[in-house]
Design a protein around this ligand. Structure first.
Ligand code: PRX
Length: 677
């Protein structure tokens, strides 16, 4: 991490107007007496956890999970930053998510209501899902997948994604899910880094009513000789024709479908790797974040229960995240099932075939807990309150937010339009559903900061309080805790059960990235502020990571993609604020002589470069705008001053440019952009 860049962003956070506005938020919404009385977690939990954190987590681990072998020490922190939780314990994630519920007489409870984009539906009870996972585990074993082997998963939001993940967990194979929006190149680098033995994919999926292919990207990713993949299992989802490699490729229905439904789960060590999930960091190369079994399951299950006030007998939970992201791992594939809850899984986009699709789903399945991202909420705001107003959303009793800061306007809209809706004739609830804004990361594995809906008086726009058993702080440059009313860097002071155990294959990078900025503390990469009550407000990243529609992207990674194009000499990428998506990718490029020139070349060049980024990383990373400039603003030591580019991208007069090696550059850029437009 470049400290100079961190500090520049940090000082912006300190002085931004938005920050001052945030601190003037004085609305507070206390839980109703009725909600508090029935809440699964009460106020006493904070003191209980504070008294002895490892002991608190050990109690949760035994309460929420069935262990094959009980553990001894709750936490071994003798070799920081490498933690071991629940030492010596053995536990099987799939058994905990499935078999035990069937054994406990809950086999007929619905585990997943699946809604496909074209309107096809499937319902899996716990008994049925258990059977599918057992078959899948047998099928993977018959393909030679053994404990510790890596399995790449490149699937749409269909039940087979969850089945695959749990089958891997069952046999101790390590899944590495790659979001379907990533390109063949991105998939290839992830397969190579993890040395995956098996890939599970589908012929395709549906996007806005149209079939959209997936398998061609896998085929393309596996064209290079010497890759590690032996087999590709293909789910038939949309019936598209696919190329076939004899011997390597197998249809899911012929492999999993034909396998035996008898499979006994055995416990794996609490620290056995559960999955790798690649995420963007401050360098060009994505990091394989490694999570292990016991601690991850404990904290995901605990937070799912406490933060959403889960009553598994009656609630219907819907987390709208794709399984390709950590939210879909923790709060679709694992926690809801470990907790024996009923959940909805939806394949498509919110506007397909109409802008009321989500609310139709909430009404149809009587969703009681909805967990989504601020980008989605802001999109619905744009579409208008009449749309959700046409549906009966009275089943909703808790609303969650995740992935990016939620602005107070979006928070209030969420509360009033979704949380207070008591029927499709404009009826209003007297007691709207509480909103829980949850801060966490791929690295933290589970929620870390969030209100407890039966305890905390919530404030629009703030994630507020560290969860019980989690030691969060906001510190200054020197690592000292800032007083209330001040801002700084968000850190975690003590190890937590679901923390990442490392970066796949790169222990040094793990130490350097997260544990070197502040002695003995985990540095999250986020700026934060404590308000006068000590509540925490998240202020966005202070490093080179952008957050576009809740998706995490690296400026450096996109810059590398751009300069890998023969026309590009230099590139600088910034995340410009955007009303709906939080941030948007804006790229500044200097072209080489070899790039086409002339009057009409501009648009064609930009299209070519956008597509190139799409090919290198994936459509989600395509810059919103690419601005061709004659020079980039650099300091005398050659550092690009992104702050000035950010000003340009956000339509402001550029700030102080006196440290530039050539102070006329900003004027040159402005002139070149003016003549182009
Ligand atoms: O900047 C924070 C933002 O998302 C980053 C983590 O991204 P990712 O690993 O993709 O995980 C996203 C889903 C857990 C964080 O460093 N972020 C996440 N949740 C919030 C948030 N920013 C503000 N408020 C949140 N609730």
């Amino acid at each position: 991490m470049s400290n100079a860049r961190t500090e520049a962003s940090y000082s912006r956070l300190q002085h931004g107007d938005a920050l001052e506005n945030l601190l003037h938020e004085d609305r507070k919404f206390a839980p109703s007496a009725g909600f508090a009385a029935n809440a699964v977690v009460g106020a006493g939990v904070y003191a209980e956890a504070e008294a002895d954190r490892p002991a608190f987590w050990a109690r949760q681990a035994r309460l929420l999970l069935d262990w094959d072998t009980d553990f001894g020490q709750a936490l071994d922190w003798s070799e920081p930053p490498f933690a071991k939780w629940f030492v010596g314990g053995r536990v099987n994630a799939a058994y905990n998510a499935l078999d035990r519920h069937v054994e406990n007489g809950l086999g007929d409870r619905v585990a997943i209501f699946f809604e496909g984009e074209p309107g096809d539906t499937r319902t899996y009870t716990y008994a049925q899902l258990t059977e599918e996972v057992k078959k899948c585990a047998n099928a993977f074993e018959s393909l030679g997948v053994a404990k510790g082997d890596r399995v790449a998963v490149y699937l749409p939001m269909i039940p087979e994604a969850v089945i695959t993940m749990l089958a891997c967990a069952r046999i101790g194979a390590v899944h590495s899910v790659v979001f379907g929006g990533f390109s063949a190149d991105a998939l290839r680098s992830r397969i190579d880094d993890a040395q995956a033995r098996l890939v599970v994919t589908a012929d395709g999926t549906y996007r806005r009513g149209k079939p959209s292919p997936l398998k061609p990207a896998v085929d393309q990713a596996l064209t290079a000789p010497g890759h590690s993949v032996e087999h590709v299992v293909v789910v038939r989802r949309n019936g598209q024709d696919v190329d076939w490699v004899q011997g390597r490729d197998r249809w899911w229905e012929d492999t999993v479908g034909a396998a035996s439904a008898e499979h006994t789960a055995v416990g794996h060590d609490a620290e056995h790797p559960l999955f790798i999930l690649y995420t963007s960091g401050t360098t060009g190369k994505p990091k394989g974040i490694l999570h292990t079994t016991g601690g991850y399951l404990t904290q995901t299950a605990y937070t799912h229960r406490a933060v959403f006030d889960l009553h598994p007998e009656t609630d219907v939970f819907w987390c709208t995240a794709d399984v390709g992201w950590v939210t879909g791992h923790s709060y679709v594939a694992y926690a809801p099932l470990v907790n024996g809850a009923t959940q909805v899984m939806y394949e498509g986009t919110p506007d397909s075939p109409h802008q009321g699709r989500w609310w139709e789903i909430v009404q149809k399945y009587k969703v009681s807990i909805l967990y989504t991202a601020p980008t989605a909420i802001r999109t619905f705001m744009k579409w208008g309150r009449e749309i959700p107003g046409r549906y009966d959303l009275s089943s909703i009793r808790v609303l969650g937010s995740v992935g990016e800061p939620i602005n107070p306007e979006a928070w209030m809209w969420y509360r009033e339009v979704i949380g207070a809706n008591a029927g499709n004739h404009g009826e209003k609830k007297e007691d709207p559903a509480p909103i829980v804004d949850t801060w966490w990361q791929t690295e933290t594995g589970a929620q870390m900061i969030a209100p407890l809906p039966g305890v905390t008086a919530t404030k629009p726009g703030s994630a507020q309080v560290p969860l019980p058993g989690i030691a969060i702080d906001v510190v200054d440059e020197a690592g000292a805790s800032v007083p209330d009313g001040h801002g700084g860097y968000l850190v975690v002071r003590e190890p937590w059960p679901a923390m990442l155990r490392g970066i796949w294959g790169d222990p040094e990078r793990f130490k350097e990235t997260y544990w070197s900025r502040f002695e003995g503390m985990y540095f999250a990469g986020d700026g934060a502020k404590k308000d006068e009550d000590g509540d925490i407000w998240l202020l966005g990243r202070v490093d080179d990571v952008m957050n576009v529609s809740g998706h995490r992207l690296s400026t450096t990674e996109i810059e590398s993609a751009l300069v890998s194009h023969p026309w590009v000499a230099e590139a600088a990428v910034v995340g410009a604020s955007d009303e709906t998506t939080g941030q948007a990718v804006v790229a500044f490029v200097i072209l080489r002589e070899s790039a086409p020139s002339g009057q009409d070349s501009g648009d064609a060049t930009v299209t070519e470069l956008r597509n190139h980024v799409g090919k290198e990383i994936g459509p989600i990373a395509k810059p919103r705008h690419i601005l061709v400039v004659p020079e980039l603003p650099k300091t005398r030591s050659g550092k690009i001053m992104r702050r000035l580019l950010q000003d340009v991208a956000e339509g402001r007069e550029p700030g102080d440019a006196t440290t530039l090696s050539d102070p006329t550059i900003m004027a040159q850029i402005a002139e070149s952009l003016a003549t182009r437009n």
